[in-house]
Write a protein that binds this ligand. Structure first.
Ligand SMILES: *Cc1c(COP(=O)(O)O)cnc(C)c1O
Length: 432
């Protein structure tokens, strides 16, 4: 039991089993705990004072190249002048009015999101998990409103991540996140990601929807086979089910398309977005077709903060930027360069990097050494990266990153790999 005197900060050490043959066994991860913050995160002992584009400036003045984008959130980098202007301009007018009133900026944002996607209706909320929650409720209510309330079950996929509310956790199905939190929300059936046959077998008379990430992020930057999403669409059409996409991580240009589904030639019935929608201002949204949304009538769902004028002003400004004609071309161009350079580094350091995968600027490298070791080595080179499942290190630069910054990041990665290969040549080889 950790007891910290009020008002005091404390360091504590987490013992982390890095696992795997040749791994150095237990390794100390230093976490920083402010006295009153619930210690649910193992944080790095590093804090930032400000940011500029792809850079974060630490409290000690050191400049870090940010290839995390706050986990795919800060898509336009830090302190983007257009976002700053939109937020401060709105802050001087009105912050919050509640959803008892019309919010013109929200109506405008909803209309723009619909014109850019398959959707006809948008519900605004404050986070990804809330967007998923709304998506699940919308799917269930669609069937209930049509006189089929028994069709509440949703098929989800192994390795999925949909957020931390009770229903989102049940949908994600990760035991380590569900344990100790009481009965798991009923109605989710998990099958292997990318497996159409298993999906087909899992469909029962009570199945009403399929919920899937077009590219799994937290699970380890997993791309399903090309025909997978199309196959799911077909299954949904044949069996009267709704296809629900979780584009919370992939949305708003991360994969090189505005939304990842737009590359597949199919469209969902419902889609959850968040993260880059607010580019750092907390917001989420659930998009749906008129048909899929037909059960969501007055009083069926709500949110106090959802869609408030500050969030709506920022969301519209984000769309202004990502809709500029060259924006996605830029993402595709730097992404191609990045992926190619990463492949070169992988060839040079096969004892450190096993595989490069992903799409657009949603890239992951599967480490041969423990991914935490590689992330530590990158941080020593002042390059910020984040872990994911399957021993993957995620490299998520802001979408406004320049070619020069990509090259800079790749050089830092090369130096980190060289340091690891030199320090632990035997460990690295043994772990292969
Ligand atoms: C981040 C994420 C979520 C959860 O979003 P929160 O804002 O943390 O609730 C859900 N699904 C996916 C795919 C995500 O990447």
């Amino acid at each position: 039991m950790l007891i910290v005197p009020p008002g005091k900060a404390a360091h504590f050490i987490l013992r982390k089993d890095t696992g795997g043959p040749g791994a150095s066994g237990e390794r100390a991860v230093t976490s920083y705990l402010t006295s009153h913050v619930l210690p649910t995160y193992a944080r790095y002992d590093l804090a930032f004072e400000r940011g500029e584009g792809a850079w974060l400036i630490a409290t000690d003045g050191a400049r870090y190249l940010d290839f995390t984008s706050g986990v795919a959130v800060s898509a336009l980098g830090h302190a983007h002048p257009r976002l700053l202007a939109a937020l401060t301009d709105q802050a001087g007018k009105v912050w919050h009015v509640s959803n008892y009133f019309r919010i013109p900026e929200g109506e405008r944002l909803a209309e723009r999101l619909c014109s850019l996607t398959f959707a006809d209706r948008v519900f605004f909320c404050n986070s990804g998990a809330e967007a998923i929650e709304c998506a699940i409720k919308t799917a269930r209510k669609y069937h209930a409103a049509a006189g089929r309330p028994e069709r509440f079950r949703v098929i989800t996929f192994e390795g999925a991540f949909h957020g931390r509310t009770l229903a989102a956790l049940a949908a994600g199905g990760q035991k380590k996140y569900l344990e100790g939190f009481g009965p798991v929300v009923e109605g989710f059936d998990q099958v292997p990601f990318g497996d159409l046959e298993a999906t087909k077998r899992a469909i029962g008379p009570d199945t009403g929807a399929i919920l899937v990430e077009p590219l799994q992020g937290e699970g380890g930057v997993h791309m399903p086979p090309i025909h997978f999403l199309r196959g799911l669409r077909k299954l949904c059409d044949e069996r009267g089910m709704l296809l629900v996409l979780d584009e919370i991580q992939t949305g708003f240009g991360r994969t090189g398309e505005l939304f990842a589904y737009q590359r597949t030639g199919i469209a969902p019935d419902i889609m959850a977005v968040a993260k880059a929608l607010g580019a750092g201002f907390p917001m989420g949204a659930c998009l749906a077709t008129e048909q899929a949304a037909k059960g969501m009538t007055a009083g069926t769902h709500g949110s106090t903060f959802g869609g408030n004028p500050l969030a709506m002003a920022v969301g519209n400004a984000v769309l202004d930027v990502v809709q500029e004609p060259d924006f996605l071309d830029h993402v595709k161009k730097v992404a191609a360069l990045f992926k190619q350079r990463l492949a070169e580094i992988k060839d040079r350091y096969p004892t450190v990097i096993g595989e490069v995968r992903g799409e657009g600027l949603m890239l992951g490298i599967r480490a041969v050494v423990p991914n935490a070791d590689l992330i530590d080595a990158l941080r020593a080179e002042k390059l910020l990266a984040i872990p994911a499942g399957d021993n993957v290190v995620r490299l998520y630069p802001p979408l406004i990153v320049s070619e020069a910054e990509i090259s800079d990041g790749v050089q830092r990665l090369a130096r980190a790999c060289a340091a690891i290969a030199q320090r632990e040549p035997r460990t690295a080889q043994a772990a292969q």
